[in-house]
Ligand binder design. Structure first.
Ligand SMILES: Cc1cc2nc3c(=O)[nH]c(=O)nc-3n(C[C@H](O)[C@H](O)[C@H](O)COP(=O)(O)OP(=O)(O)OC[C@H]3O[C@@H](n4cnc5c(N)ncnc54)[C@H](O)[C@@H]3O)c2cc1C
Length: 402
């Protein structure tokens, strides 16, 4: 009877990292993925660019990006943290680049290259990959997991088992939440599950014209609270992008979001800037001149709000019109219709309770030969590469522990 050292359920970033490291350590590994391909969600990450980690923070500050639960990560991060991860990929032939805001991407900016990297390395290390195979059940023997059973009734025996089945968000990529049931069957508790890092739908339907346009370093305030500076992305139904995603847990239906395109300038300073620009090019149209500092499609909408014609020449703009333009540049209002659910959420909040997992080994405190990694556990971080790093870290720690 063939018996593997490690049987991994789920071929996402957490499962693949565990498979790669365990096989590197000479362990025999089987990786079971129900989709026909590994890493469908990984392929979609970072808008196809794959923001695979976040550099420049110490362990404590990195962990804080996961809120109150973050402390759990301190021990795994000290085994395989951000620096080790960057080194790992660079040394093995996947060159990375660190952007000014700390986000780390493959140099090629292609998530496919990250996926191909894993596929090549797993093949090189002779990991047995079973794609198009869903784990449907498992059996116990002497208080340990003995084997998993696949949808085609095949049985896979192993000394150790890893649940890396992801969360419930973006279920079309395979993460439909069945790992939670496996964990429950093994005696684990699962905390309340909610969508997190979700885009919002707005009452303002004109946003659809701006679909795909992103605004960098703008101010966003929720219900007139202190603005947060960062990037926003327009979608066909509303708003997304890092600030909106990070705020989404706090946003409710009917809330007000206000975007300030020039958060570093107060109203007077912005008005002075406009006066200077208009004085410099008095014969050009207002649309032409302001088109240099505001995305043109958004500018057209804001000029309309200000009752100023696009083709009005700068010399003819009167003070009241200028003041209206300034007000609209600093105060673009949106009313939230709803925060999108699991279908469109980037990650799942909640999961297998951290109290029942030994963070130094990512091992179950209930079943000796059961391990967990990735989004299936009760950890979700901010947008910016934190979630993938958590997957790589926890997957690696499992591989080191068996
Ligand atoms: C659109 C989008 C963009 C994102 N961008 C980023 C980003 O740039 N940076 C970042 O840090 N995070 C990003 N994330 C989040 C990140 O993708 C997830 O945190 C990460 O993929 C979770 O990895 P995982 O291995 O835990 O689970 P998953 O990637 O969900 O993989 C789990 C796998 O398990 C398989 N599976 C489930 N049940 C079974 C079963 N019973 N039998 C066999 N196989 C099973 C699934 O098919 C799936 O392939 C993004 C998420 C989305 C949706």
């Amino acid at each position: 009877m063939l018996k593997y050292d490690l049987c991994i359920i789920g071929g996402g970033p957490a499962g693949m990292m565990a498979a790669l490291r365990a096989s590197e350590r000479g362990k025999s590994v089987v990786l079971i993925e129900k989709n026909k391909e590994l890493g469908l969600k990984l392929f979609l990450t970072g808008g196809g660019r794959c923001n695979l980690t976040h550099a420049g923070l110490n362990k404590k500050d990195f962990a804080l990006k996961f809120g109150k639960q973050g402390d759990f990560l301190l021990s795994p991060l000290s085994i395989f943290g951000v620096e080790e991860t960057i080194d790992f990929f660079n040394k093995k032939g996947l060159p990375l680049k660190i952007e000014a805001d700390g986000k780390v991407y493959p140099k090629s900016e292609k998530s496919k290259d990250v996926l191909d990297f894993f596929k090549t390395e797993l093949k090189k290390n002779k990991v047995k990959i079973l794609t198009g195979n869903r784990v449907v059940n498992f059996t116990f023997k002497d208080g340990k997991i003995e084997k998993v059973i696949l949808d085609d009734e095949k049985q896979i025996f192993a000394d150790n088992f890893l649940i890396a089945t992801g969360g419930k968000s973006y279920p079309q990529t395979g993460s439909t939440g069945n790992g939670y049931n496996f964990a429950k069957r093994a005696g684990h508790s699962v905390t309340e599950l909610k969508p997190a890092l979700s885009p919002v739908e707005t009452k303002e339907k004109w946003v659809s014209i701006l679909k795909g346009i992103s605004l960098e370093k703008v101010g966003v305030s929720l219900n007139q609270q202190k603005p947060i500076i960062g990037d926003v992305l327009f979608t066909h139904f509303g708003l997304s992008g890092p600030i909106i995603l990070n705020l989404s847990e706090k946003i409710n239906t009917k809330d007000e979001l206000v975007i300030d395109l020039f958060p570093k300038k107060n109203i007077d300073e912005l008005e002075k800037k406009l006066i200077t620009l208009f004085d410099k090019e008095p014969k050009k149209t207002v649309f032409n001149v302001l088109g240099g500092i505001v995305p043109p499609k958004l500018l057209a909408i804001l000029l309309n709000f200000s009752n100023v014609k696009k083709d009005e020449i700068c010399r003819n703009i009167i003070k009241e019109e200028r003041k209206k333009i300034v007000k609209n540049l600093k105060n673009i209002k949106f009313i939230v219709i709803g925060v999108l659910g699991f279908e469109k959420a980037m990650v799942t909040k909640g999961g297998i309770s951290l109290k029942e997992i030994d963070s130094r080994k990512m091992r179950s405190k209930i079943i000796d030969n059961l391990y967990f990694a990735g989004e299936v556990i009760d950890l979700n971080g901010e947008s910016g590469g934190f979630n993938l790093q958590m997957c790589f870290t926890t997957g690696y720690v499992v591989a080191e522990s068996i």
